[in-house]
Ligand binder design. Structure first.
Ligand SMILES: CSCC[C@H](NC(C)=O)C(=O)O
Ligand SMILES: [Zn+2]
Ligand SMILES: [Zn+2]
Length: 400
């Protein structure tokens, strides 16, 4: 028999909140239905029409205290459907030889599993009648996969967000590929940059000098060398390299554009990089390095994001919320490991609003398949994470 939490999780996965045209209306309808069934208060805030932030609340016995937020995003990244073994929005429950089940769907890991675990944890808390002092909020935000511009980036600046009176945020993390539980109080800065070179044009049969491509090539080559050097710093960790990725800066050439016809030398050429800058270096100094590189090669540089850096949450075991988190981890026999998030999460906006935020995902020994084909979740890990969040909610919400 399929457990009821799994049935509800699969229903959430079947809603096509896939970028670039997520069905947020159906998603909101589902979340409201859940809130009503569980007995939670709910409110919906749209910073931009059609981009709902759904806020579910379990009101604490002392509503004057700062609240505890459990944050997730509702959108998922696009799929290459022909590369999937199961339809990505069917959320098929596949039985394995060992008797376990995997749930296959886009968003199974990133991050509807977490949103579903929040819902199920709240459902259990409500039905158990357990009291908690602080109000618990489960937040479901749109557009995280496209920089959150009309989602959390805007929402944290609103009166509605201030009114939530958040004192501590639990946010997106990565499932662990081993038996350790990773938690994050800092992440790298997302820094997309476009370099554009302008040069001489003419007939494709001629030896034209000073072309746009000739000018952009040294920039690309230097960044590739920089990338290799950064990678070499962590390569010796072998399979554990992933844990250390946040300690260095990554660079990926993700777009190259220019040229209109094969026999016409292009007048301009653009190379766009996805840089992720480690908090271990000064972000503005890194930006200056890129500016100098562009100037040296007579290439225009454009920073595609306005970020000037990411705040970091101070971590101290004597902090009462952090102590509650550690107690819950201990109770669940977890081996915590404090690392830097290599990707970007909505926690960066919460930290920017001055609120401490921790990214975590309690699932262990799991293949990491966020944004990949055949994304799946081990059902038993999903079910275990519900109990983890249930305890974490109670611990955090009863923190003095
Ligand atoms: C930069 S906005 C998109 C956010 C996405 N986050 C994750 C966790 O995949 C990323 O890092 O690309
Ligand atoms: Zn995500
Ligand atoms: Zn993602």
């Amino acid at each position: 028999m399929e457990p009821a939490p799994v049935t509800r999780f699969r229903k959430y996965l079947q809603i096509k909140t896939v970028q670039p045209t997520p069905d947020y209306a159906a998603c909101t309808e589902f979340l409201i239905e859940q809130a009503k069934e569980i007995g939670l208060e709910y409110q919906i805030h749209e910073c931009v029409k059609g981009k709902p932030i759904v806020i579910l609340k379990s009101i604490g016995t002392d509503p004057t205290l700062k609240t505890i937020m459990f944050s997730s995003h509702t959108d998922v990244v696009p799929v290459f459907e022909d590369k999937w073994d199961y339809p990505p929005f069917a959320a098929e429950r596949v039985k394995l030889e060992n008797g376990n089940y995997n749930i296959y769907a886009r968003g199974a890991q990133d991050m509807k599993v977490t949103g579903s675990a929040y819902l199920e944890a709240l459902r259990n808390l409500k039905s158990s009648g357990k009291h908690h002092k602080r109000t618990i909020i489960a937040l479901f935000a749109p557009d995280e996969e496209i920089y959150s511009i009309e989602g959390m980036d805007m929402f944290v600046n609103t009166e509605e967000f201030k009114d939530l009176n958040v004192g501590f945020d639990i946010d997106e993390g990565d499932p662990s590929f081993n038996d350790e539980t990773f938690f994050f109080t800092a992440e790298r800065v997302t820094c997309p940059v476009a370099f554009t070179a302008y040069g001489n044009t003419g007939h494709g049969s001629q030896f034209i000098e000073g072309t746009a491509i000739e000018k952009i090539m040294p920039v690309i080559n230097e960044i590739i060398q920089f990338r290799t050097k950064q990678h070499n710093i962590i390569k010796h960790y072998g399979p554990l390299e992933l844990i250390h990725q946040g300690e260095v800066t990554s660079a990926n050439l993700t777009m190259l554009s220019g040229g209109t016809q094969v026999n016409v030398v292009p007048a301009s050429y653009t190379a766009t990089f996805d840089f992720r800058v480690t908090p271990n270096v000064n972000f503005l100094e890194f930006c200056q390095y890129l500016k100098d590189l562009a100037a040296k090669n007579d290439v225009k540089i454009e920073f595609l994001s306005k970020t000037t850096g990411n705040p970091v949450t101070e971590y101290s075991e004597s902090d009462p919320f952090m102590a509650s988190l550690q107690r819950t981890l201990k109770k669940h026999n977890k081996k915590p490991r404090h690392i830097i998030m290599s990707a970007a999460t909505d926690a960066r906006f919460v930290r920017r609003a001055g609120i401490p935020a921790v990214g975590i995902n309690p699932m262990l020994n799991h293949k990491q398949l966020a944004h990949d084909h055949n994304e799946y979740v081990d059902e038993s890990e999903f079910l275990k994470s519900i109990t983890f969040y249930e305890d974490l909610m109670i611990e955090l919400a009863n923190t003095d």
